[in-house]
Design a protein around this ligand. Structure first.
Ligand code: SMG
Ligand code: MG
Length: 369
């Protein structure tokens, strides 16, 4: 495949409601789209980084720079022998920057699959046509507001609720949701690294609420802390930020640092590494689920395809477009009985809406090959 051009396009989409986590609040999603053009096709992807380096060390301006100055030239040097499978080896000399690498690999994979008429789901090995949808509910100003939000999502049909927590917003919201909506609601929490091992006794007070899991309670580099915590609480520990590769996944499982993994292709450098994590986890009998980074329809399409793989046994943070955006960049993903449908068209299987894209674009630039 010979790449002719890589367009980097910044877009800004207002969120339907602000989303607050332990590291901050966002009311719009600024995203970096990667649009690859080849002689006979094109491919789209979305870089999951945010404007500020709060979820991880990557951030949008940094991603644009590393793609332009360090990653794209290496793809250019690979010439016509480049395939999606050769992107990661071609970029391996550059340390880290997984979200930037993931966006490039995904756009190139989209172009490659569009050329051969294969869907993402077909390529990755999806076995489900519909994947169960969960929803991630941000930290709110009051318990009443939280209960109203959760009630709305349950009425829409979401099959699992994830509550964002932080010190001061943990036991009370979980208790309130359990009391109001009962023991049958699939419920889990995500701390985004807000605690330390010294909080183990406090976190054990979540045990009676029968949570599916607690996601990333401790710092991303605290693998041993998570292993210790897992012996001190009954709630299963799930890792998100800590897992950046299949090797991390193998280490975490072997250490007992987690018994469930949140797979985000963006965080781990792309869909090929995400599938390897799926496979490593499956071999160990560890279930996985697909995380989210407030993706537009472009990123969501590929995530939903990944979530169709057999070891994605828990509902993902793969919500309908309307949970995030009044106007998505693609035809919206809608809930069907609490599920999203895996696209079947070539590549990511969705088309970018040109007028919407134009209206939401903040800037764009080309890297000519
Ligand atoms: O895409 O529905 C979504 C967001 C899911 O909670 C979510 N993501 O740590 O899992 C996580 C967070 C990270 C993104 S916060 C902007
Ligand atoms: Mg998380």
């Amino acid at each position: 495949m010979k790449i002719e051009n890589i367009e980097l396009r910044r877009v800004r989409l207002p969120l339907v409601s602000p989303f607050r986590t332990s590291f901050g609040s966002v009311s719009e999603r600024e995203a970096l789209l990667v649009h690859v053009t080849t002689a006979d096709s094109e491919g789209w992807a979305e870089c999951a980084a945010e404007a500020e380096p709060l979820y991880s060390s990557e951030f949008l301006d940094g991603c644009e720079l590393v793609i332009r100055d360090h990653l794209a030239p290496r793809l250019n040097a690979a010439g016509e022998r480049l395939t999606a499978e050769r992107v990661a080896p071609a970029l391996a000399a550059v340390k880290g920057h997984r979200m930037s690498k993931a966006a490039l690999e995904t756009a190139i994979l989209d172009a490659q699959l569009r050329t051969s008429g294969v869907s993402f789901g077909g390529y990755l090995g999806a076995v489900s046509d519909l994947v169960p949808a969960g929803v991630s509910v941000g930290i709110m100003d009051s318990i009443d507001r939280l209960l109203a939000a959760v009630e709305g999502y349950l009425d829409e049909g979401y099959l699992r609720i994830k509550l964002k927590i932080e010190p001061g917003w943990d036991l009370a919201p979980v208790r309130a949701v359990r009391e109001r909506f009962g023991p049958d609601v699939l419920l889990q929490v995500d701390a985004n690294t807000a605690y330390t091992l010294a909080d183990a006794r406090h976190l054990a007070r979540l045990d009676p609420f029968d949570l599916l899991l607690i996601e990333q309670p401790l710092a991303e580099d605290d693998m041993l802390g998570h292993a210790a915590l897992a012996t001190l609480i009954q709630t299963p520990v799930c890792l998100d930020e800590s897992i950046e590769s299949a090797r991390d996944a193998a280490a975490a499982i072997t250490l007992g640092a987690c018994s469930i993994i949140n797979v985000k292709p963006s965080r781990v450098g792309g869909y090929l590494e995400a599938r390897r994590i799926h496979d490593v986890a499956a071999a160990h009998g560890v279930p996985v689920w697909c995380g989210g980074m407030l993706e537009t329809g472009i990123g969501r399409a590929a995530n939903v395809a990944l979530a169709g793989l057999p070891n994605f046994v828990l509902p993902g943070d793969t919500s309908a477009s309307s949970r995030y955006y009044a106007q998505d960049l693609t035809k919206p993903f809608v809930l069907e009985d609490g599920h999203l449908r895996v696209p079947t068209g070539p590549g990511i299987g969705v088309e970018v809406l040109p007028d919407v894209l134009h209206d939401l674009t903040v800037s764009s630039s080309d890297i000519r090959f």
